[in-house]
Design a protein around this ligand. Structure first.
Ligand code: NAD
Length: 428
């Protein structure tokens, strides 16, 4: 499949260059950080509210392609700051605003690459939702743009700021569980979107701009807001939606720091077997097997309905003596081979405000806890499962090259795809 390449000249974005002028200004310790939000009504808005809880934050502008998604966010800003934010439907116009220091990207996954690269070009720091991208080529382009423009980018993998995850990761890294040969991560997926007929998009929505660089498909009310994560044109199913959280913890535990171990090869099996008569097209049943070298271990990723005796999502590390560390949202535990809970010791308390960490890094220019390079590595690990599943082949990966080795997996949308119309991806 042809790469979505444009020349790396800071232009070639399919938009006027004036709309992405470099406007970065240095934010000092006492300054307020002024935000713009791309994508209202969902996680982007939740992030905005988390930032608004900090005294050194203001929200100057918000943007959505569906005006019906905006009223609650406008009201929240009015209530907090006693003024109305500037309202946009085209994020490129919002990025022209020189007073905005930072951008929250809360759009669906297929928009993240363009939103982020354009925000980097405009000199903004960015809080970008996970998974960082819709495919591997986009992920690499985003990381290059961030480093080229020296932007601070925090990814919304907030589990990295969770005490239970910090405790489990610290325990694994301390060596107290011993040598680890297996990691497991899983999510239960019981979502059916049902069947609907295509209809005209609502008048509030610029559907062409919602589809953006993806393939134009008829509007269906059950396949857009929130539900797009089960539509492969827009998202990557729960492998990217939740894998990027749960496999992230396995990778962090098996790595010394944010620079993550990555697999050398991946195989995956599954399909849309549980809910075939449904408008969703993301696979609902998946077992992916990743092989790692240095250290040698395997990781499995499961999308299924049930995990008896366990939470509906989680991550496990298994040692050679049969002890297991299990961690999920809300707790962690150490188990002996019979399943008996063993005594555990936590790490030091960690600062658990993922959003404060970003604000501090905007001021210090340090790397945030979920820096794009690192969260990008996890995102790519997720895409590799889809590349293996969609191609039916074992996909080989080179961390040195940050690319698939050979051709297996490259001819899938998890690796790359053509952008629609004038949209194009700049590779710095
Ligand atoms: N970190 C987490 O725990 C977490 C939780 C949920 C969602 N997310 C992530 O947050 C992102 C958003 O997910 P969601 O569930 O809130 O989706 P959503 O569909 O509920 O909201 C996305 C909004 O973006 C808008 N949008 C689409 N294209 C746009 C564009 N070009 N410009 C401006 N706005 C645009 C949509 O109209 C919609 O209002 C996704 O990447 C998702 O994976 C993260």
């Amino acid at each position: 499949m042809a790469a979505t390449t444009a020349t790396a000249m800071g232009v070639g974005l399919g938009i006027p260059t004036t709309s992405v002028a470099r406007t970065s200004k240095q934010v000092s310790a006492n300054d307020k950080i002024i935000f713009g939000l791309i994508g209202c009504g969902g996680m982007g808005a939740a992030n905005m509210r988390n930032f608004m809880g900090h005294a050194d934050v203001e929200v100057g502008a918000i943007c959505d392609v569906d005006s019906a998604r905006m009223p609650a966010d406008i009201k929240a800003i009015q209530d907090k700051y006693d003024r109305t934010p500037e309202i946009y439907s085209d994020y490129r116009k919002m990025l022209e605003r020189k007073d905005l220091d930072a951008i929250i990207i809360g759009s669906p996954d297929h928009w993240h690459a363009l939103n982020l690269i354009h925000a980097c070009e405009a000199g903004k720091d960015i809080y970008c939702e996970k998974p960082i991208s819709r495919n591997i080529v986009e992920a690499n382009a985003m990381i290059r743009a961030k480093n080229h423009f020296e932007r601070v980018v925090q990814v919304g993998t907030w589990q990295r700021s969770g005490q239970e995850f910090a405790d489990a990761i610290a325990y694994i890294r301390s060596g107290k569980l011993g040598k680890i040969t297996h990691c497991r991560a899983w999510i239960a997926d019981g979502t059916k979107l049902g069947r609907t007929e295509p209809v005209a998009p609502p008048e509030t929505m610029d559907y062409d701009m919602w589809i953006g660089p993806a393939e134009m498909v008829p509007y269906k009310s059950n396949c857009v807001h929130y539900n797009w994560r089960w539509m492969l044109n827009i998202g990557g199913g729960l492998t990217t939606d939740w894998g990027v959280h749960m496999m992230d913890i396995a990778l962090l535990g098996m790595s010394a720091d944010q620079d993550l171990v990555m697999p050398t090869e991946v195989s995956a099996y599954g399909g849309q077997w549980a809910f075939p008569d449904d408008d969703r097209d993301a696979p609902d049943s998946i077992e992916a097997i990743y092989r790692f070298a240095d250290p040698d271990f395997v990781m499995t990723w499961s999308v299924l309905r049930d995990y008896p005796g366990k939470p509906s999502h989680g991550t496990e590390f298994v040692s050679v003596d049969g002890r297991t560390v299990r961690v999920w949202r809300g707790g962690w535990t150490i188990l002996d081979p019979s399943g008996k809970e063993l005594e555990k010791e936590g790490s030091e308390p960690v600062p658990t405000d993922h959003w404060r960490n970003f604000l501090d890094c905007v001021k210090t220019r340090e790397k945030p806890r979920a820096d794009l390079d690192s969260a990008g590595q996890t995102t790519i690990v997720c895409h590799l499962s889809n590349a293996a599943l969609f191609s039916g082949e074992t996909v080989k990966w080179s961390k040195d090259e940050m690319d698939i080795v050979g051709t297996a997996g490259k001819d899938t949308s998890a690796y790359d795809r053509e952008y629609r119309g004038d949209w194009s991806l700049t590779k710095y």
